[in-house]
Design a protein around this ligand. Sequence first.
Ligand SMILES: Cc1cc2nc3c(=O)[nH]c(=O)nc-3n(C[C@H](O)[C@H](O)[C@H](O)COP(=O)(O)O)c2cc1C
Length: 208
Amino acid sequence: MREFHFYQPKLGHGLKHDPLNSIVAPRPIGWISSQSPEGVLNLAPYSFFNAFNYTPPIIGFSSIGWKDSVRNIAASKEFVWNLASRPLAEQMNTSSALVAPEVNEFELAGLATAPSRLVKPPRVLESPVSFECRLSDIVQLQNANGGLIDTWLVLGEVVAVHIDTAMLEDGVYNTVLAQPIMRGGGPTDYFSISEAQRFHMHRPVVDK
Ligand SMILES: Cc1cc2nc3c(=O)[nH]c(=O)nc-3n(C[C@H](O)[C@H](O)[C@H](O)COP(=O)(O)O)c2cc1C
């Protein structure tokens, strides 16, 4: 007989650590650069992050609280997503430090900027892939009773893409070559990927 640990989040999980982030894992990281109205550059990682549409491409991240990234994007209507790769893990982590809005996290983390083409915030030069985005929506999340939560889902249309050509093989983007890092649960868990984890599966063909 299988046994299940059952809980209702609003009543507590009854475990040593909240398992949610370990269950919904590993999560890709939205490493977001933005620029304040005063011109201060900002860079921060968000693991409540994903892609939500193909055409046009829409990506989004969720900020628990009205953080500097959201404030900047609400004002400027643009941001850049940068791929957090294994060689950039320490810098990504440093860029998450709770610092005053005047602090430029590119400088804090020792990262260089590369100019974007269609939006003002720069890219992370060292990152293998960046998406220039224009804000499409900021949604304040609600609980199931319609009560507003202090969490903000920021969605943006990807209007320009930069891919380091070293990540391309015969015109195909190779996910493993880019060495993306992903967030696990707990305070310290991250995951990387390698060719050994790849497997293939075709979608079922339905006869009509
Ligand atoms: C890997 C990683 C993932 C994170 N994911 C989130 C997230 O999804 N939402 C969030 O609000 N904060 C997240 N944080 C914390 C923010 O990065 C941190 O609060 C940061 O200071 C926000 O920067 P900002 O105020 O410049 O936007 C994460 C931190 C790390 C290291």
